[in-house]
Design a protein around this ligand. Sequence first.
Ligand SMILES: C[S@@+](CC[C@H](N)C(=O)[O-])C[C@H]1O[C@@H](n2cnc3c(N)ncnc32)[C@H](O)[C@@H]1O
Length: 284
Amino acid sequence: MPLVITEHLRQDQALLTQQLDLTPAEARLDVHVLAAHACGVERVWLLAHGDECMPPASASHYEQSLARRLSGEPVAYIVGMREFYGHRLMVNADVLIPRPETELLVDLALARIEPDDAAQVLELGTGSGAIALAVALARPGARVCAVDKSIAALHMAQENSRQLAALNIDLVQSDWWAQVPPQRFDLILSNPPYIAEQDPHLKQGDVRFEPLSALAAGQDGLDDLRHIISEAPNWLKAGGWLMLEHGYDQGAAVRSLLNSAGFAVVETHLDLAGLERVSCGRKT
Ligand SMILES: C[S@@+](CC[C@H](N)C(=O)[O-])C[C@H]1O[C@@H](n2cnc3c(N)ncnc32)[C@H](O)[C@@H]1O
């Protein structure tokens, strides 16, 4: 006898909490997202129809998704989607799953571009295109050049750009600065890899499924930040800003790198958890 939706999801929530060491709230969200995706409905539909059973085809799709989640695969890869800055982005295992804390970098960037400004913006390491698209869509007068070394990531960014009908974004394959079009930018943004190679977190939880090339950056996690900061003054207009996401414990190191590279107005901003998350410097 199939279970009604409420009971079905309640049992699976308990299973996920136990097996993946999630909080009950995290597990509840996961089963609801997987079930809504399998049924082709919004999550709110599940609440309104909790005393019904899932149609057999949806139930079978849901069971397959749940098995993948129980093996540790992130929900975003299973449903192929993650929301970022109010936009639905397609994601797969070729790209980092955009994080809520990265929205701070977008907020800070938008605060420095007037609504009708024709600013030239560069994003280094675009992945799914999350940051570049959020900026491009909020500032249609700006032109955003978004680069990544991974051609597979660029395909995903291209697909997201098409779905969201962004007309002011250019995607370029480049190993950091190597193929960036020769011009000066008003704003350079990056959420580069910043985890130390030996950090045990790389072998835990959802992160295990994400591309290592999007996460790890040398022995202290600062290799890519060093490279980006040292070259950035050659690509910025006078008065232009470099804005970088980094690890919660890397603020002092990044401020020091920005000061050494000659940046002025070096400042670090806290994320919603109160952790140092984004550091910025202005080219004099
Ligand atoms: C932490 S992920 C950020 C992805 C996306 N911007 C976001 O915030 O969700 C870092 C990105 O940098 C890219 N990357 C790593 N090394 C690179 C390199 N040498 N040149 C260009 N991009 C690189 C990775 O492919 C990955 O997409």
